[in-house]
Ligand binder design. Structure first.
Ligand code: PAF
Length: 304
């Protein structure tokens, strides 16, 4: 398959490198990172080791890919979608592997005609420095038809991942999975960012585990009010499983805060608060962490 990864940060670079084992891959990312990749290849460390010589650039390729994997920050989805729409691609499948709610809807609305596949992944990756990515945690990746696509599209994408050695499963309830993923992120990401700890640090404190529980509970209440049918107990267990599997990982929100970048708090906890407000479901714990993370953003708090 001819694949372009749009948003080759830590996760996008890792997924792109793994997919390049069996597919033609082009990465689109920030200039310093893609320049380094073009010069010496993409270096992976950690669970995967090696140098991957992949096409990399800071703009979309003019040749039409079979699949575009979106890994941009959720607040950049609309801009990325507009760029894709301007390419006039025909038949290219769009797969979102992003954090937050609403990415698939934005793609479906802004890019006319192309099939949109929803996806979640809890694979953990950090950029060590431009050109080098640490593969910190293996997690599950689940995809499913979202808009203008059917089982055939989903199977083709799942096959491309499987043959490249990336564990993946498919679902016909991707909207519920997207809710489950946002709830996991709404717990782990702000807690790790506020306290400056790796994901596994949550397991070392009863208070932080309680906070994770409260955030999960609010998320499940909102998701179920929207129609997701999630169980409180299973969701907390799922969040704890992700914490364990990615224990040495720095969450994407912690990385954003430490790098002085904008965080995805509005697209993660903010989305839960907005959906909750529309349905009369209270979300005080989510509101509190939004304030705390906004107070931190860009403060470059050191990792403990
Ligand atoms: O955003 C992240 O960091 C990741 O989605 C996850 C699963 C929390 C692992 O760090």
């Amino acid at each position: 398959m001819d694949i372009v990864v749009v948003g080759a940060g830590a996760l996008g670079s890792l997924i792109g490198a793994l997919l390049s084992r069996e597919n033609e891959v082009a990465l689109v990312g920030r200039k310093a990172h893609v320049d380094e990749i073009s010069r010496g290849g993409l270096v992976l460390e950690g669970l995967t080791d090696g140098t991957f010589h992949i096409r990399a650039s800071s703009s979309l390729p003019y040749t039409q890919p079979d699949l575009a994997v979106l890994c941009v920050k959720a607040y950049d989805t609309a801009a990325a979608a507009r760029e894709i729409a301007a390419m006039g691609w025909i038949g290219t499948m769009l797969l979102s592997l992003q954090n937050g709610l609403g990415n698939e809807d934005t793609l479906a609305d802004v890019v006319p005609d192309l099939p949109v596949i929803g996806g979640i992944t809890s694979v953990g990756a950090n950029i060590v420095h431009p050109g080098t990515v640490h593969h910190g945690g293996d997690g599950e990746t689940i995809i499913g038809a979202y808009a203008r696509c059917d089982e055939h599209h989903v199977t083709m994408v799942a096959d491309a991942f499987t043959t490249s050695g990336i564990p993946i499963s498919t679902t016909d309830r991707i909207s519920t999975e997207l809710w489950a993923k946002v709830i996991v992120n709404a717990g782990i990401n702000p807690i790790t960012a506020i306290h400056g700890i790796r994901n596994g640090g949550i397991l070392e404190s009863r208070d932080l585990q309680d906070q994770l529980g409260h955030l999960c509970e609010e998320g499940v209440n909102v998701a179920n009010a929207v129609g997701a049918e999630l169980s409180q107990g299973e969701m907390l267990q799922r969040a704890l499983d992700v914490v364990k599997r990615t224990a040495t990982n720095r969450s994407s929100m912690l990385q954003d805060v430490q790098m002085g970048r904008r965080t995805e708090i509005d697209q993660i906890n903010g989305a839960i608060v907005r959906e909750g407000a529309e349905r009369g479901v209270p979300t005080p714990f989510n509101l509190a962490v939004i304030d705390q993370v906004k107070g931190l953003s860009g403060s470059g708090r050191p990792l403990q």
